[in-house]
Design a protein around this ligand. Structure first.
Ligand SMILES: C[S@@+](CC[C@H](N)C(=O)[O-])C[C@H]1O[C@@H](n2cnc3c(N)ncnc32)[C@H](O)[C@@H]1O
Length: 241
């Protein structure tokens, strides 16, 4: 895969999981350069169709919210709202903390926490994290990105409360750290079905998976597909009736 947008290899230390962004056992991070490339491709598909944003972005398997928080810091001016859901309540609590960093109060609370650690333990790593926090603050400026976090099994085909989303981006369970939970023999098919309900008719769905699953669904036209290392990434738009 050739990078089209995140062309330069940058130092993303400020985004490291557990530094300013929160981490917890069982939650996974996501490569920042790849997140940047993927979301810019999704923005490009929408912009080319006259949809210039800012966009509502939803991750239905959000884990600790690392992917959404990263997008919020990198492209705050392009985000109208972030919606996160996961079947795992503990992971969702981490997501809530991470997405709260995209607000002035959340960042201020994290600064106080890191200052407390720096005072108590005198470790260089906490000073480094405080420097990272200042740089993340510069990226965000005075913006406050609205977000919501909901406990939801994306394989549940009951009533679906999220609608009219511009972009769904999701890193589905790979079966090592995070496995599929919930109903039904074909969770991926159910994820596609629910994503179709959440997305508006010209929105973009991006699915990140390991090499295993076939990323195709009858409700969606596949617009782009590429592989990078152990991952495959596919971009879809709803099939017009
Ligand atoms: C690879 S992780 C996602 C990591 C996330 N992108 C991040 O940046 O932190 C996959 C997530 O899917 C969640 N998951 C598994 N089954 C699910 C289901 N049925 N509905 C919603 N989420 C589910 C797991 O709890 C896990 O948090």
């Amino acid at each position: 895969m050739k990078y089209r947008f995140a062309v330069e290899k940058e130092d993303y230390t400020d985004f490291a999981s557990g530094r300013v962004l929160y981490s917890a056992p069982g939650t996974t991070g996501f490569p920042v350069r790849l997140a940047s490339e993927i979301i810019q491709r999704a923005f490009a598909i929408l912009s080319e169709q006259g949809q210039r944003g800012p966009y509502t972005i939803y991750d239905p398997c959000c884990g600790g919210g690392f992917l959404l928080a990263t997008i919020g810091f990198l492209f705050p001016e392009r985000v109208a709202e972030l919606i996160a859901s996961d079947v795992d309540g503990q992971a969702l609590e981490i997501a809530r903390k991470n997405l709260s960093l995209l607000t002035p109060e959340g960042l201020a609370a994290r600064r106080r926490e890191l200052e407390g650690f720096a005072l108590a333990f005198g470790k260089e790593s906490h000073q480094g994290a405080l420097s990272s926090l200042e740089r993340l603050q510069d990226l965000l400026g005075k913006r406050r990105i609205p977000f919501r976090c909901d406990l939801r099994d994306i394989t549940d085909l009951g009533p679906f409360p999220v609608q009219d989303v511009d972009i769904i981006i999701t890193d589905i369970p790979y079966g090592q750290l995070a496995s599929w939970r919930g109903e039904g023999a074909d969770p991926l098919d159910r994820l596609f079905a629910n994503c179709r309900r959440a997305l508006h008719s010209q929105g973009v769905l991006v699915v990140v998976a390991n090499k295993g699953p076939k990323l195709l669904h009858s409700a969606f036209e596949r617009r782009e597909h590429f592989r990078l290392g152990k991952r495959q990434i596919a971009f879809f738009q709803p099939r017009q009736q």
